[in-house]
Ligand binder design. Sequence first.
Ligand SMILES: [Zn+2]
Length: 230
Amino acid sequence: MLHCLRSAADQVHSFMCFPQADFLYSAFEKEGVYTVKSGYKAICKEENLVEASVSNSAATRNLWSGIWKLKCPGKIKHFLWRACTNCLPTKANLLKRKVVTDSFCHMCGRCEETTMHALWSCEAIKLVWCNDFSWVNQFEAAQGDFLDLVDRLMSRPHMLELFAAIAWHIWLHRNKTKLGVHTVPLGMIRDAACKFLQIFKQSHDYPSSRNRHNRDDDKDGCLQNRVSIK
Ligand SMILES: [Zn+2]
């Protein structure tokens, strides 16, 4: 399934947005401007086999369906989708497009800033994840990419909601610090994400997360670091 998802993600990545331009960039047009025609051509080119096309579409639908069901703001779902499909303007992606001259992580300055690194594996943000996601096997996570990680979390939607909210705040922190704008310190991002979700769920009259955690997570042995949404 991951293979299909990744293929679909690669396809979506062909239409990634440039951060410095307000238009869709298509790798399949000489001028780089997306049109319905170029989109159709790209899909036909990428999907020569009907069977592959169907399976990729199904995988894409499953991924989006899983994200869409999350009880969190639409902008966070959209962010998670972009991260899963490698459409965030990380420095690794920008270097491929020759927008920047290096791909070093803005936070640690040592590693290539891929989506996985920027949102999960960078040493500078480890403290943000340690409270609630220590149960994710770090070794296994290090072997895969961001899509692998989200795929693992799909089995626990309530944790994926918190994961997505934290990742969104990390990305916001990264962007604001690059611009020299005041932002939530890394040490407070986890609580800010919890509060963000809490306010959203209260305003949408969703069931208490605490009650759901008590019901669902006992069997997972994850209670010691539960989300403190009341
Ligand atoms: Zn880093």
